[in-house]
Design a protein around this ligand. Structure first.
Ligand code: AMP
Ligand code: ZN
Length: 107
């Protein structure tokens, strides 16, 4: 989608510190980290908010995969504990309207 920063990152029109990539999902470092580890797990498909997800198998699998990728990154980094967070809507602090899962940890 035009004018979406995470679509541009997914298309490589904007650089990011890439952590993971497959056909459907990318993960990269948050530009303003809230902790020692702050990774964003992002589907390549443009979905503005979690509340816009479809009730179909494709979106169910996509969101499930996002959590499994977050788990794998945490495992690879041997994180003791971590937070996984979706901000949904402006009032909850969502500033980028392309869904993303925050993986946040101090190790
Ligand atoms: P949210 O508040 O859930 O919408 O989170 C958006 C996140 O995207 C924030 O933590 C920002 O620091 C991060 N962010 C914004 N622009 C970029 C960028 N170009 N590369 C990496 N992270 C970004
Ligand atoms: Zn987008």
């Amino acid at each position: 989608m035009e004018d979406c920063i995470f679509c541009k990152i997914a298309n490589k029109d904007i650089d990011s510190e890439l952590i993971y990539e497959d056909d459907e999902i990318i993960a990269f470092n948050d530009i303003h980290p809230q902790a020692k580890h702050h990774v964003l797990i992002v589907p390549k498909k443009h979905i503005p908010k979690i509340s816009d997800l479809n009730e179909n198998e494709q979106d169910e699998i996509l969101v499930g995969k996002m959590f499994l990728i977050a788990r794998d990154i945490a495992k690879e980094r041997e994180l003791d504990g971590y937070k996984l967070q979706f901000n949904v809507g402006e009032s909850a602090g969502q500033i980028i309207f392309h869904i993303h899962l925050h993986l946040i940890s101090n190790g």
